[in-house]
Design a protein around this ligand. Structure first.
Ligand SMILES: *Cc1c(COP(=O)(O)O)cnc(C)c1O
Length: 370
């Protein structure tokens, strides 16, 4: 039994005809930069996230950088975020010219709202919660703190399209929401891509220019800016995929429920709280003897990953920020215990049975207490 961690060729097998038709249509009309494909995708995306506006860009990282520029965050500013995320959460803050200030997470892998206020200084400009693993961060206290201290909220929604908190979609809680369309994300392009969501007209209008050389029209430039546009050919393929997103999310959630039911006695599994709907970008367990378990599963043909083995504050790139080992004990403890199991929609029942069976086997054969 082989269970790869992801299987993108399999996802595209059933979509191939539709996607090739969408690409052919784009080849025929020849509007490769912006135009109808991108606009139509942005409309679909905004509606899906229940926000007024969506802007397609080059990547999730660019979405974060441009969002910060739109909010005038840069030199001399601090942005509060977590050390437990993909490193682009922090690098984008630095790339915008500002300084990331980390606070630790809770056992749900998301920012601990109780630690935010003590981290606020006169330089703090924004809070950047990540909806890690596809689970929404605790947005009510976060937005309340932001309001009290007059701070922006930037949501890192890269892993969480369709996730809900109190029945509202992520991407609509903050001033801006930043999404990635990387091939490994829940809604995935055939390459790089990203989206920024907002309800603010002014922010939206800034972003339309900021992704396109600062141009207000073909010939007039308002400010120096990047070329960071979502390709029309990607938008065309993404319009096809958006129609399947709810179905895929449903399967991810069903797979998660199955794992939870069958693994809760042997490892720590994510349990959804009342106000949360997670979309399970990853299904992260916390396991005793994690490295041995990973090795054992691998020997049985089951591929797993660790998201993430090195917390951001301990990366070489983060040295100048002045953090050290021990600063974020929850994140650091998790890094040694977490393991992501395959959770994609195309998994078969036989594959899922194998994952559950082998995890249980590992603890049965290796039990030290019997
Ligand atoms: C993937 C990811 C990003 C970056 O997105 P890219 O499209 O790869 O640039 C940012 N934040 C988080 C939490 C991510 O998972």
């Amino acid at each position: 039994m082989k269970v790869p961690y992801v299987n993108l060729p399999l996802q595209h097998q059933s979509l191939k005809v539709e996607i090739l038709q969408a690409i052919e249509k784009t080849l025929n009309h020849g509007m490769f930069i912006l135009g109808d494909e991108v606009q139509e995708f942005e409309r679909m995306f905004a509606d899906y996230c229940q926000v007024k506006y969506a802007v397609g860009v080059n990547s999730g990282t660019d979405a974060l950088v441009l969002a910060m520029k739109a909010l005038d965050i840069g030199e001399g500013d601090e942005v509060i975020t977590v050390p437990n995320s993909f490193l682009a959460t922090a690098s984008s803050i630095v790339l915008a010219g500002a300084k990331p200030v980390f606070v630790d997470v809770r056992d749900d892998y998301n920012i601990n709202p109780e630690l935010i206020e003590p981290a606020i200084t006169a330089l703090t400009k924004a809070i950047l919660p990540v909806h890690l693993t596809g689970r929404p961060a605790d947005m009510t206290p976060i937005t309340e703190i932001a309001k009290r201290h007059n701070l922006y909220v930037i949501e890192d929604c890269a892993q969480a399209i369709g996730a809900e908190y109190k029945d509202k979609s992520v991407g609509g809680f903050g001033d801006v929401g930043c999404f990635s369309l990387h091939p490994l994300k829940n809604l995935n392009a055939l390459g790089d891509g990203g989206v920024i969501t907002t309800d603010q007209k002014e922010t939206y209008e800034y972003l339309l220019k900021a992704r396109n050389h600062g141009l207000r029209n073909r010939d007039e430039c308002d400010f120096w800016a990047y070329n960071s546009r979502l390709d029309a050919i990607q938008a065309a393929a993404l319009k096809v995929k958006m129609r399947y997103l709810d179905e895929w999310t449903k399967k991810r959630r069903a797979n998660a429920a199955f794992y939870r039911e069958h693994l809760k006695e042997v490892v720590k599994v994510p349990v959804e709280k009342k106000d949360e709907k997670s979309v399970y970008h990853t299904f992260v367990i916390r396991a005793e003897r994690r490295d041995e378990l990973k090795e054992f599963l691998s020997s049985r043909g089951i591929d797993t990953k660790i998201h993430y083995p090195i917390p951001i504050h301990l990366q070489k790139a983060a040295r100048t920020l002045g953090y050290k080992k021990g600063d974020f004990p929850v994140t650091e403890r998790h890094a040694g215990e977490i393991l992501s199991l395959p959770i994609y929609p195309e998994l078969t029942k036989t594959q899922m049975d194998a994952v559950v069976g082998e995890v249980r086997n590992f603890y049965k054969f290796n039990r030290t207490d019997t």
